[in-house]
Design a binder for this molecule. Structure first.
Ligand code: AMP
Ligand code: FE
Ligand code: FE
Ligand code: ZN
Length: 275
């Protein structure tokens, strides 16, 4: 029983439609998967239908953008009510801010590179949550870089003069909102240092006090020594431990099922969701 509890479709910054993504998952031998697009649940219905067709166990999820004092944090939420007013008021603020932020970044980048907002929009799927990966795709199309990863390592890195941040809910508040919406909050790639500054153990403990249920320890962006620290924390607070690929299709090197979650941990997530 192996589950991949963190995947993205073109409804955020993955490169595949939900149909293509679930079709590919069906060929991996995984027991089940979660669709966790950034700040949206619009793919749940189709993903659940396809999971039925392929005999996969579907776990509905979302990756909530959070921020505190300039630090970007990602919170996975499983099984929340996709129509919860308080949670989606915050999600919609972040989604709107992501658009303004991307426009500002494109304005700055356009001074030095041949990209336009129209070109970026050609890479954003219908209803999709906008992110830097879409700007990266425009930069690839314009011939400025050869891959998304190269764009992230250069023009789009937080250290670049073109970087602009966006509004996102405080992570401690997000944990409370997810719980109030019936969801199970799990901290995504807690120590993903390659992306920039990461959360302190103090912040993680504040999130745990607020109701955080789990840690995504087995993720390629957590180094081995960091995983040891996270395992101690998980043990201390009896947290759910997950592993996942954070698959984005062709947009990132991460491969489906490269890290997985046990059926037993999925059962614990369902228990916390009251299922
Ligand atoms: P944003 O949320 O708009 O700031 O963009 C960050 C998102 O870009 C993350 O959620 C990742 O999914 C994606 N990302 C980060 N690094 C890379 C990379 N090297 N290649 C492709 N996508 C990346
Ligand atoms: Fe992403
Ligand atoms: Fe993430
Ligand atoms: Zn992700």
């Amino acid at each position: 029983m192996a589950y991949d509890l963190h995947t993205h479709s073109a409804l955020s910054d993955g490169t595949q439609t939900v149909d293509e993504l679930v079709g590919e998952i069906a060929g991996t031998g995984l027991t089940g998967f979660a669709l966790t697009d950034h700040d949206t649940c619009v793919g749940w219905t189709r993903a659940a239908e396809l999971a039925d067709v392929y005999g996969l166990d579907f776990v509905p999820g979302m990756e909530v953008s959070c921020a505190t004092s300039g630090l970007s944090v990602h919170l996975l939420s499983y099984y929340h009510d996709p129509e919860n007013t308080d949670l989606f008021a915050e999600i919609n603020l972040a989604r709107d801010s992501r658009i303004t932020r991307a426009q500002k970044m494109v304005d700055l980048i356009a001074v030095d590179y041949p990209v336009t907002w129209d070109l970026v929009q050609e890479h954003v799927g219908e209803e999709a949550t906008v992110g830097r990966p879409h700007i990266a795709d425009a930069l690839v199309t314009a011939g400025c870089v050869s891959t998304r990863s190269e764009a992230f390592a250069t023009i789009l890195t937080p250290a670049s003069p073109y970087y602009v941040s966006h509004y996102a809910v405080d992570p401690v508040k997000a944990v409370k909102l997810v719980r109030a919406a019936g969801g199970v909050p799990v901290m995504a790639h807690p120590f993903a240092r390659s992306r920039g500054r990461v959360a302190s153990v103090e912040l993680l403990e504040q999130m745990i006090d607020a109701g955080l249920c789990g840690l995504e320890i087995n993720h390629r962006d957590n180094a081995e020594d960091d995983r040891a620290v996270l395992r101690v924390l998980a043990q201390k607070h009896d947290l759910i431990v997950t592993g996942a690929s954070d698959y984005h299709g062709a947009g990132k090197p991460n491969r489906l099922g490269e890290n997985t979650t046990t059926g037993q941990m999925v059962e614990r997530i369902r228990e916390r969701a009251g299922l």
